[in-house]
Write a protein that binds this ligand. Structure first.
Ligand code: ZN
Length: 189
């Protein structure tokens, strides 16, 4: 669910997580929420890990090419020093950060900030993708975005890898993946 104006906590921070497979609209949803905050003249800052170099170095970009200026960082700790003045903090591609991102999001929320995190909750095998499970557990608000299975048209929550590669992370290869439902998804050899 998303936080509405009526529900919004007063004088405390919180964590929202937008989790799902590739092509499910995670980044679009993150951008939508951050834009709403910008329109309300809240101080917004957006981070993404350097590992994700597709399309643009310093913007977050969804697959339908909506963009928002973002700060590319090498490690999760950089978020703390760069967020001091922010009221709302967006983090994209959170699955590419190490586990320290969980404590950092908690600290930001404890300091009264709204933290919105988007990321892949499963890897290409369907295995929970750390640190997303831990972020989901730490969050007050969780949204699971679903794509549409390219094979059968059912709601899809898995990312199908179409190339043979056993590495957990293969970056910059969006055309090597597609969304599949649990029936149509398989683990490539
Ligand atoms: Zn299917």
């Amino acid at each position: 669910m998303e936080v509405t104006q009526q529900q919004a906590p007063k004088d405390i921070g919180w964590i929202e997580v937008v989790a799902g497979c590739m092509f499910s609209g995670k980044t679009e949803e993150l951008i939508r929420r951050l834009r709403r905050a910008q329109i309300a003249r809240q101080k917004v800052v957006i981070f993404k890990p350097r590992i994700d170099n597709r399309y643009s170095a310093n913007q977050i970009v969804s697959h339908n090419t909506q963009t928002l200026e973002s700060i590319v960082i090498d490690k999760a700790e950089d978020i703390l020093s760069l967020s001091k003045d922010a009221q709302v903090i967006g983090i994209d591609e959170a699955q590419f950060f190490d586990m320290s991102i969980v404590g950092i999001c908690d600290k930001l929320a404890n300091d009264g900030k709204r933290v919105i995190v988007a990321g892949l909750d499963q890897d290409y095998r369907g295995v929970p993708f750390e640190p997303m499970p831990q972020l989901l557990a730490a969050a007050e608000y969780i949204t699971k975005t679903l794509a549409i299975c390219v094979v059968c048209g059912n709601p899809a929550d898995r990312t199908q890898r179409k190339i043979a590669n056993a590495d957990r992370v293969v970056v910059g290869a969006a055309d090597s993946y597609e969304a599949r439902c649990r029936k149509c998804h398989y683990i490539p050899d």
